[in-house]
Design a protein around this ligand. Structure first.
Ligand code: HEM
Length: 151
C-alpha cells in the first residue's frame, strides 16, 4: 500500500510540474502586464516546490519503496534520468532569475521591462525544459524494466 501511495505521489507531482511549466510557456511573452507577471512569479515559485516534491517522491522510491538502492545505482537509465532532471533544474534557474528581477517593478505596481533578447532566451529555455521533461518517462520506463543494468 505504501508503495502504491509513493508511486501515486511521484506521478501526481510530475503531472503538476508539467502543467506549471506549460502555464509558464503559455503566459510568458515580451509585453507582460502587471497581473500576468505576478502570476508567472507565483507559478514559478510553486514550480520550484513541485520539483522538490518530484525529487523527494523519487528518492523515497529509490530508498524505501522500489527495487532497492543497488538496483538503481547499477542502472545507466537511472543515472541518465537523474542527470536529465538535474539539467532541467539548472536550466530553470534562468527563467527564475528573469522573473525574480521583476520584483521591484511589481512592488511599485508597474509591468516589468523585458528586452526582446531576454524574452526570446526565456521562452527557449522553457521550451527546452519541456522537451527534456518529455524524455524522462521513457528513461523511467526503461529503468523500471532493467534496461541499462551494469554490474
Ligand atoms: C520530472 C522528473 C521525473 C519523471 C517524469 C519521472 C517519471 C517516472 C515514471 C513514468 C516512472 C514509472 C516507470 C515505470 O514503472 O514504468 C517513475 C518511476 C520511478 N522514478 Fe521517476 N521520474 C522523475 C524524477 C525522478 C527522480 C528525480 C527520481 C530519483 C531521485 C526518480 C525515481 C524513480 C523511481 C525509483 C521509480 C520506480 C522505478 C521502479 O518501478 O523500479 N524519479 N518515474
Amino acid at each position: 500500500m505504501a508503495d502504491a501511495i509513493a508511486a501515486s505521489l511521484h506521478y501526481l507531482s510530475i503531472f503538476v510540474l508539467f502543467s506549471l511549466l506549460t502555464c509558464e510557456h503559455v503566459l510568458f511573452k515580451a509585453d507582460l502586464d502587471h497581473a500576468t507577471a505576478q502570476r508567472l512569479l507565483r507559478i514559478d515559485m510553486i514550480y520550484g516546490v513541485t520539483a522538490g516534491l518530484v525529487l523527494a517522491t523519487g528518492a523515497a522510491r529509490v530508498i524505501c519503496f522500489g527495487k532497492g538502492l543497488d538496483y538503481y545505482l547499477h542502472n545507466w537509465m537511472f543515472h541518465a534520468k537523474v542527470s536529465l532532471f538535474i539539467l532541467i533544474g539548472l536550466l530553470s534557474i534562468l527563467p527564475t532569475l528573469t522573473f525574480f528581477n521583476w520584483r521591484n517593478d511589481l512592488l511599485a505596481g508597474k509591468a516589468p521591462t523585458i528586452t526582446p533578447a531576454q524574452a526570446s532566451r526565456t521562452i527557449w529555455v522553457i521550451r527546452l525544459e519541456l522537451l527534456l521533461l518529455v524524455c524522462l518517462p521513457f528513461l523511467a520506463s526503461l529503468m523500471a524494466r532493467g534496461v541499462g543494468f551494469f554490474s
